[in-house]
Write a new protein. Sequence first.
Length: 402
Amino acid sequence: MPAEIVLGVGGGIAAYKACELLRLFTESGHRVRVVPTASALRFVGAPTWAALSGRPVADDVWSDVHEVPHVRLGQHADLVVVAPATADLLAKAAHGLADDLLTNTLLTARCPVLLAPAMHTEMWEHPATVANVATLRSRGVRVIEPAVGRLTGRDTGKGRLPDPAEIFAVARRALARGVEAEADLAGRHVVVTAGGTREPLDPVRFLGNRSSGKQGYAFARAAVARGARVTLVAANVALPDPAGVDLVRVGTTEELRDATLAAAAGADAVVMAAAPADFRPASYASGKIKKSDDGVAPAIELVTNPDIAVELGRRRRPGQVLVIFAAETDDAEANGRAKLARKGADMIVVNEVGVDKVFGADTNAATVISADGAVHRLPEQPKEALADAVWDLVRQRLPSRS
Ligand SMILES: Cc1cc2nc3c(=O)[nH]c(=O)nc-3n(C[C@H](O)[C@H](O)[C@H](O)COP(=O)(O)O)c2cc1C
């Protein structure tokens, strides 16, 4: 359903990315009123916002006063998104200042509010900003964690504005489900693995699998939207980084194991959606393996990789929920049930897979089998909806917090 969205833009270098976010909203049929700050207008001018949104643009409370925009915009919005939210805007919002149209709108809005901060790492980590973010979150404002990457100058670090498409994905969920209603994983730390590991044979070849990472990324996105702190361990995934996750990139099964065990040590739940290679070449050739003149193919000796699910099960801290996956080409449910029993997890998500089934697709169907014997059949649906259904089951198993 078309919504009335206020897109606030702060005076950060990433202001230009808000143009793309605006496009995503308008192309989805939403009506968007852009409210830049005076500083934002030094980065991207009012004509750009007016032309792209088809609506008037003002940064102060003194334009069109007869319409009382400083109150009306917030009151009539279905969603307020601020991207980028500067350190200055976070401070003003946390303290209830209202010296321009955007800060007035933030005080009058009663709809979901999403803030996507972007700033240098030092500003993001400053105790003042940390406290402001905590205050805003405690009031139900959804503050999306910035991404790690290139900042304004040559430096890199945490503080980059997430990809506009990822902010759009969070906003779309907030519109569909409400921000507070779905903050049921707030205060929880979850670890999600995604993608497929690759085991190098030589500098140019590897043994790998067809996992795209889409299902794991959907788990991560859904958990962020539900308020969790998410560590996403991604093996060879070529998708945009989901907004608000701590992303750890790995290549091989051993790297996946190390990163996952380290992250899982303090986690409330671990969802092992990645497809680790079960075997790896026994040796690695430092130069490219050559084709021999006699046409005889080299034999590749394989050794077994560590079983990450078993290790996670053994080291599980009390109350931690462990979800594993089984990709089966036949007898999916029976094989899944046997695997769950072997590995000591709480739940197994069983997918029936084939070359053009599940891998790389945007939808998925699965059967979730729990250690207590409960079976949930999840019909074909978008991968993020399937992730939500599994998170619902995980949440039921999480010990309540004292
Ligand atoms: C080139 C340049 C880039 C800036 N980038 C950021 C930024 O990414 N994040 C931030 O918090 N402040 C940034 N600033 C500082 C803000 O512009 C400054 O704090 C301003 O007062 C913010 O105003 P606003 O919050 O009303 O938009 C930048 C300043 C300049 C000159």
